[in-house]
Design a protein around this ligand. Structure first.
Ligand code: FAD
Length: 393
């Protein structure tokens, strides 16, 4: 029965491609992926992949390839503003691998997507259509019919067991098909750049991730050695108009320059891309046989570095349900039950990190003392519920 099932996914991003692979692994007859871009997206910058993400990707046989294109930092240096020495260096590397059985790594987003897409291309029953201009759904209650049109004039109509929107933060599946909410601007902007690795060897420890705190902003830097670059992201608060429009061109706070480490980074960066951060909050992740995964369901602040990981977990949780449950409706119901409490807890943790990372004096003094006293293993206890999780259980 399950081997007769056909699925249609909107979006060939991290969540959509992971779901396609997981459905194929569990015995779907055919998976059709609709991607609006004309090819796989190669833009973006670094991503941290926690052990929970690795565990899910390992279940799809991707670990050997990921190992070649990712890097396992030995730890996280946490710096209070302008301080020469870190408050602490949280252990990662071999200690994390020993504790969780899988690595904590950093990777370029394009390398993760390429790893997933290469595997998709090797899987006979997954078809990806690029340049999809539009799709239309009829019969949302049972076996939906999906018609889609591509830029090159190609048109097709299929009938599927379920339709899954993995179409990101601006998901039309969420807003149009499920009548769900638009994403909302979070009040934060991410500034991203890549700097040649050798230029930063005297500025930060290139075996580690660096987390730098300041009043009203924070910065994260980690090496991507296979690309000879260091990924830098600075997160600031920024007043915006409605939606994503910026009232005026934002700029990095001048105070950042008074930290010698950050001032050097600013000097070396050739260009900054700014990225208004939007979030999605909706309890409705499905209606009938149409469901949502990844950022389409729950785009969040990236301050716990878990957005992509949650989409990956969604995918490997949902796939076996869609194959084994009698109907797609019960599969989506069980998926929501399994996923929502966990995702909401990660959303809250990320938002709370923003408040902690951006504290000003005197609260920041108390924060810094606490972090020092907690030592370099405390994160394994505090965040064990995130990293130890196995979505296949
Ligand atoms: C600054 C920053 C840092 C981050 N750091 C981390 C990190 O360290 N770790 C981590 O786990 N996460 C991180 N994240 C979050 C992570 O990038 C996202 O959660 C993740 O990329 C979401 O994946 P997705 O597949 O759900 O959506 P997307 O990656 O947005 O993919 C959606 C896909 O759907 C396609 N699409 C959109 N609309 C349509 C349509 N109508 N029809 C067909 N296709 C469509 C898009 O073209 C795209 O290919 C970070 C995010 C930001 C902004």
């Amino acid at each position: 029965m399950s081997h007769e099932r056909i699925f249609c996914i909107a979006g060939a991003g991290i969540a959509g491609l992971t779901l396609a692979l997981a459905l194929a692994q569990h015995g779907a007859k055919k998976i059709i992926v609709l991607e609006k871009n004309e090819k796989i997206q190669e833009f973006g910058a670094g991503l941290q992949l926690g052990p929970n993400a690795h565990r899910a990707l390992d279940s799809l046989g991707l670990e050997p390839t990921l190992k070649k294109v990712s890097f396992e930092p030995e730890g996280v240096d946490i710096f209070a503003f302008k301080q020469k020495k870190p408050l602490t260096t949280l252990k990662l590397g071999a200690t994390a691998k020993e504790k969780f059985g899988v690595p904590y790594s950093v990777i370029h987003r394009a390398d993760l997507v390429e790893t997933l897409y290469k595997q998709v291309k090797k899987t006979k029953n997954i078809e990806v259509y690029f340049g999809v201009l539009d799709f239309e759904l009829t019969n949302q209650e049972l076996n939906p019919s999906i018609s889609f049109k591509c830029k090159d004039g190609f048109e097709k109509k299929i009938t599927a067991h379920a339709f899954i929107g993995a179409d990101g933060v601006c998901s039309v599946t969420r807003t149009t098909i499920l009548d769900g909410p638009q994403s909302k601007y979070s009040g934060y902007v991410a500034w991203r750049t890549l700097i040649d690795i050798d230029k930063l060897k005297d500025v930060i420890d290139l075996n580690n991730t660096s987390l730098m705190w300041g009043a009203g902003f924070h910065a994260v830097a980690y090496p991507l050695p296979h690309r000879n670059k260091v990924n830098i992201a600075i997160f600031t608060k920024e007043t915006m108009s409605v939606g994503f429009g910026i009232r005026q061109e934002p700029s990095l706070p001048a105070s950042i320059k008074s930290c010698s480490r950050l001032s050097k980074i600013l000097e070396l960066a050739q260009e900054w891309k700014h990225w208004p951060l939007a979030a999605v909050s909706t309890p409705i992740w499905h209606k009938g046989v149409v469901g949502l995964i990844g950022d389409a369901a729950h785009a969040m602040l990236p301050f716990q570095a878990q957005g992509a990981a949650m989409g990956i977990e969604d995918a490997v949780t949902l796939a076996p349900l869609l194959i084994n449950e009698k109907t797609a409706v019960t599969a989506f119901e069980k998926y929501e039950k399994k996923r929502q409490a966990r995702v909401n807890k990660v959303v809250k943790t990320s938002a709370n990190n923003g408040k902690i990372f951006h504290m000003s004096a005197p609260l920041s003094y108390a924060r810094d003392i606490t972090v020092k006293l907690q030592g370099n293993m405390n994160h394994f206890t505090r965040l064990g519920w995130i990293y130890d999780f196995n979505p296949l259980d």
